[in-house]
Design a protein around this ligand. Structure first.
Ligand SMILES: Nc1ncnc2c1ncn2[C@@H]1O[C@H](COP(=O)(O)OP(=O)(O)O)[C@@H](O)[C@H]1O
Ligand SMILES: [Mg+2]
Length: 574
């Protein structure tokens, strides 16, 4: 919570100015009824027109001052709120950037989006409201009570009954509505989740003709949200009738007893008028307090969700004193085991002992789900091993500078993600200051240069969202070029050639040998043909290394490997 407040600091001055200016408006509101009473009791009663004019002019002047105060407060509070929201969003975004894969899995994309948009808006709104009303409402209520007491203490005792009653009613309503708003926020998450999944998977939904099912799912989430909102808003709206009841009963009482007092001559008509005004102001101020409380309780749900993000510590951070000197990219897995957080059952990796040497290619072969991606994700510390160590050039990756480590590992992930921008932008994503030669060189090695130059706009072709205007194989080759352009010490290709035809793949492998000369290449593949030429092949099965060696050694010595070869290339090869 305190973290959320700290974002107000830069706007301290304006945040203090807003309520101060509000004081002017409160003062004006409180003085006006008294002056009005003067006009009735002195001006009109004595037919003193000059007094009426003078006081009238004074009232206009005071109203203007109040207006200036109110406007100023609004301007300052809106400015503070807008800037606060901007900074808060920025802070959250930065925090999310620091998250490791584990936190991203935990918080879910849809929920992070709701938090960064809807929840921030709620908080921003409450900051604006608070700056205007948090000072104004209580002051107006207390000031109103004091003014009422100063006019006629006896009549003010009406408030002794109506105020506590209203207070109890409002407290009850608030305590009921708060948990309801927490539910509303959760339902928004849910709706965003369904929406996001539907949009990102739009093609699959169409292909499987699952629109009906998706509509149902969305309909349910949509209805869930509207029901929750209705329930919460209905409860909160009970404040209005409670308020009006208290106001009307008080007014009847004041007019009744005030009338009697006027009859007895212990109170003037102007005083009763002023009294009515003050009572109205007091109750209005209380309603403002109720309104604020509702909004604060709503914002409380949001603020907790934001604090959760801001307080989450990335489970993977770099060490204070990094070690390790740049080498050629030797990667060692020493007795590595790994379990995903919260997953039960067998570990995904079991006692893996593998070394990838510079100047050589290590290939990892295995069925889907055997743990290949998990294994290579440990190198740039997307996750840390549960047991054992991963070393790059002899240093435990946990002791290395995190950014430096990641910069030295070129990862081509299983699902290549491209960003909106030109092809050149996408390649330069791997190295912001790459020269044109470096970009072309990387593209050539990735076997992407030819198809890029055949496009009408060449390297300046704009890539659609997520690379929609490119084929799967083209996307994979761009992703490879993006990883190559930074000349990584270690290159990891996670099933990155699955959509590339065999001829192109052969050329790619030859070019990579040249490009990665003296450095380390790790290739994950399903096809035997993709790994045959590797210097060492390891076969993973359920997270265990079940065979290792060169293609020839494995064909000779491993039954499992022979099975794979037979199933892919036919019996005659073996
Ligand atoms: N983020 C994750 N959280 C929990 N389990 C995961 C996660 N990613 C993968 N797994 C599980 O780990 C196992 C290995 O997955 P993975 O390394 O992706 O296999 P491969 O790349 O060989 O197909 C699978 O059983 C998969 O269900
Ligand atoms: Mg995989």
């Amino acid at each position: 919570m305190r973290r959320l407040f700290s974002y107000l600091k830069p706007y301290r001055t304006a945040a203090i100015a807003a309520p101060l200016l509000m004081l002017l408006e409160v003062a004006a509101d409180l003085i006006q009824p008294k002056m009005m009473a003067g006009i009735v009791d002195i001006g009109i009663a004595n037919r003193d027109l000059a007094y009426v004019y003078r006081t009238g002019a004074g009232m206009i002047g005071i109203a203007l001052i109040g207006l200036i105060g109110g406007t100023g407060a609004t301007i300052f509070s809106c400015t503070v709120a807008a800037n606060y929201g901007k900074d808060l969003r920025g802070g959250l975004f930065e925090k999310v950037q620091s998250f490791s894969f584990a936190e991203l899995d935990r918080f879910k994309t849809a929920s992070l989006i709701t938090r960064l948009t809807n929840d921030v808006t709620q908080i921003q709104h409450i900051v604006m409201l608070s700056l205007r009303m948090l000072v104004r409402a209580p002051l107006l209520a207390v000031g109103g009570v004091m003014m009422a007491l100063s006019i006629n203490a006896g009549l003010a005792s009406v408030l002794l009954i109506s105020l506590p009653l209203l207070g109890v009613a409002l407290t009850l309503i608030m305590s009921k509505s708060f948990p309801m708003f927490t539910v509303v926020q959760k339902r928004i998450d849910k709706l965003n989740g369904v929406m996001r999944e539907n949009l990102t998977g739009a093609r699959v939904v169409r292909a499987f003709v699952r629109s009906g099912y998706e509509k149902d799912r969305f309909g349910k989430a949509n209805e869930g949200l509207s029901k929750a909102s209705l329930r919460a808003v209905r409860t909160v709206n009970l404040t209005a009738p409670a308020m009006m009841a208290a106001l009307n009963i008080s007014l009847v009482a004041v007019l009744w007893f005030g009338g009697i007092k006027v009859d007895f001559g212990t109170m003037s008509v102007g005083e009763v008028m002023a009294f009515v005004n003050y009572i109205t102001q007091i109750l209005m101020a209380l309603q403002m307090v109720a309104f604020l409380t509702v909004n604060i309780s709503r914002a409380k749900a949001s603020s907790e969700r934001l604090a959760e993000v801001l307080d989450a510590e990335s489970s993977i951070t770099g060490p204070a004193a990094p070690e390790g000197a740049p080498g050629e990219g030797k990667v060692e897995f020493r007795n590595v085991s790994f379990c995903y957080e919260g997953a039960s059952g067998d570990p995904v990796l079991k006692n893996v002992d593998v070394t990838a040497f510079p100047g050589r290619t290590l290939a990892i072969l295995g069925a889907t789900g055997s743990g290949k991606s998990t294994l290579v994700n440990l190198i740039p510390r997307f996750f840390d091993p549960t047991e054992g160590t991963v070393l790059v050039d002899g240093t435990d990756v946990r002791d290395m500078d995190l950014a430096g480590l990641r910069a030295s590992v070129g990862m081509v992930l299983q699902d290549p993600v491209l960003f909106t921008g030109t092809i050149r932008d996408n390649i330069m994503w791997g190295k912001a200051d790459a020269t044109d030669e470096e970009v072309t060189e990387a593209a050539k090695a990735a076997q992407a240069h030819d198809f890029i130059t055949s496009l009408p706009e060449g390297y300046d072709t704009v890539v659609g969202q997520k690379g929609a205007n490119l084929s799967g194989g083209q996307k994979q080759r761009l992703a490879i070029a993006r990883a190559l352009v930074r000349k990584p010490r270690v290159l990891v290709l996670d099933d990155s050639t699955s959509a590339i035809d065999m001829g192109t793949e052969e050329r790619l492998q030859a070019a990579l040998k040249e490009y990665m000369r003296g450095r380390t290449t790790i290739v994950i593949a399903q096809r035997i043909s993709s790994v045959m030429d590797a210097d060492e092949i390891i076969v993973l099965e359920d997270g265990e290394v079940v065979a290792r060696g060169t293609h020839h050694q494995l064909v000779e010595g491993s039954e499992i490997y022979r099975d794979i070869v037979r199933s892919q290339l036919g019996a005659e090869v073996v």
